[in-house]
Design a protein around this ligand. Structure first.
Ligand SMILES: Nc1ncnc2c1ncn2[C@@H]1O[C@H](COP(=O)(O)OP(=O)(O)O)[C@@H](O)[C@H]1O
Ligand SMILES: N[C@@H](CCOP(=O)(O)O)C(=O)O
Length: 326
């Protein structure tokens, strides 16, 4: 559960007088998420999400995240909108934290997505890549290849507590990725965390995307690789090529991958597995006992990384191309 900061009813009611959202009727902390504190608010005008931005979010990035939601929604993507205060500002302050009220997106996230859902996600990811075009703010991806070594350096001394041999394996893997990471591929605004818990469905229809708090400028194909990792592996660790095929076909129904992107996909997938392995490992080792957050298993992402090491081409992810042999 991610409620790091508590709020009182009086403080919240006072805070909401700065918005045209009606009177507060109830509120409750949301038992999901990792980065920020979220509350579901019910008011006389409807439901809203209140987000208090925690220390892990750099305050100088907030205009990028909130502006991006506006830009994407303006270009037809279904995503939450920050609600402006009466003075027009998108950000306020509550309980000593930067805070925003965000529109409530209907739908639920899927615990067991099937191939059709993966197709929808691929389509929505590409639609987001297209809709991000023309957004005038930029944000470097602090969690791309140059950001991995510093996270590792903070965890390496205790890594073998999690699995013996990890220190050697990850050190060698980082050397490999750093030496080969692509320098130029088609780029733009990417979501960078489009896991199942950030995609809402109503029945089998995708109703929208949430949680743009890792969004940044980076390779589009890197975002595709994040989704292959997050959506196309089964609980037993096996890659499901039917899901991969559907996700990639959904993506390419909106935006075609170039030959360079296709060739880079196995390395990018290895890198994105490394990225989530490292942040999970760091949290696994560093989160204080008793913190109100569910820690995620780093070894799940080590196994995905190991799978990608054996992949020779994107055909093994289900990409259909005459130039790729299966
Ligand atoms: N706009 C929204 N509409 C509906 N529910 C939301 C919205 N934003 C967040 N939530 C709920 O809050 C949970 C955590 O939000 P998320 O942005 O993923 O948090 P974090 O950034 O801390 O990971 C989501 O899983 C969802 O249940
Ligand atoms: N998706 C990441 C963790 C970030 O969680 P979110 O709640 O912000 O989506 C992971 O699985 O490691």
């Amino acid at each position: 559960m991610a409620v790091y900061t508590d709020i009182s009813e009086d403080d919240l009611s006072g805070f909401l007088t700065q918005y045209d959202v009606g009177e507060l009727t109830s509120y409750k902390g949301i038992a999901e998420g990792v980065e920020n504190t979220n509350f579901l608010l019910q008011t006389t005008k409807g439901a809203y999400i209140l987000t208090l931005y925690e220390k892990r979010v750099d305050q100088s990035d907030l205009p990028f995240f909130l502006g991006l939601m506006h830009h994407l929604a303006g270009n037809g993507l279904s995503c939450p909108l920050p609600i402006p205060r009466l003075d027009g500002a998108l950000l306020g302050e509550l309980s000593g934290r930067p805070a925003a009220v965000i529109s409530f997106l209907t739908g639920v996230w899927l615990r067991k997505p099937d191939a059709n859902h993966c197709r929808e996600v691929g389509r929505a990811l590409a639609a987001m890549h297209v809709a991000g075009d023309g957004f005038d703010l930029t944000r470097r991806n602090a969690l791309s290849v140059s950001g991995w070594r510093p996270i590792w350096n903070n965890s390496v001394a205790r890594a073998d507590e999690v699995q013996p041999g990890l220190a050697d394996e990850i050190g060698a893997e980082l050397d490999h990725l750093e030496a080969r990471w692509p320098k130029t591929l088609p780029s733009g605004v990417i979501h960078a965390d489009l896991f199942p818990d950030n995609v809402f469905f109503l029945g089998d229809d995708l109703s929208g995307l949430i949680d743009f708090y890792f969004a940044c400028n980076d390779f589009f194909a890197y975002d595709v690789s994040i989704c292959l990792n997050a959506w196309c592996f089964e609980k037993d660790g096996a890659f499901n090529i039917t899901k991969g095929m559907a996700l990639l076909a959904g993506y390419e129904s909106v935006r075609q991958l170039s030959d360079d992107e296709v060739a880079a996909l196995p390395l990018l997938a290895r890198g994105s597995a490394m990225r989530f392995f490292l942040t999970r490992l760091y949290d696994w080792l560093m989160t204080p006992a008793g913190a109100l957050v569910v820690k995620k298993d780093p070894l799940e992402y080590l196994k995905k990384l190991q799978f990608h090491r054996s992949v020779a081409s994107a055909a093994e992810y289900g990409l259909v191309r005459e130039s790729l042999s299966p």
